[in-house]
Design a protein around this ligand. Structure first.
Ligand SMILES: [Zn+2]
Length: 105
């Protein structure tokens, strides 16, 4: 299937890619990181994931939820089971450096 998802370093359908961008947008906004870093983090966490083109599990939760799953250390009690990032969220440690420029927080 196509060449979608290049920015994320994986092959995904246009629907999945669009959703990944929404998640990256939420991560950037909620955690104060650049979009490039959010994209790198998603690629790092999910790069080996085989997404269903149209009805993947990721569509069953909101981008805010995944932004929290992927971006937060979840050390605060208020994070447990939270559906979106909250005031006590701590940005997870950055993934190992890759070729992509990835500014640290
Ligand atoms: Zn959190």
């Amino acid at each position: 299937m196509g060449s979608g998802g290049r920015g994320f370093g994986m092959e995904v359908s246009p629907q999945v890619e669009e959703y990944l961008w929404e998640i990256a947008e939420e991560m950037a906004e909620r955690f104060g990181i650049s979009r490039a870093e959010a994209v790198a983090r998603i690629g790092y966490e999910w790069g080996d994931t085989a997404f269903e083109p149209e009805n993947d599990l990721i569509f069953h939760e909101l981008p805010e939820y995944w932004a929290h799953v992927l971006g937060c250390e979840r050390t605060a009690a208020s994070c447990w089971g939270a559906a979106e990032p909250g005031p006590h969220c701590q940005l997870r440690a950055a993934p190992p450096a890759t070729a992509r420029p990835r500014p640290l927080p």
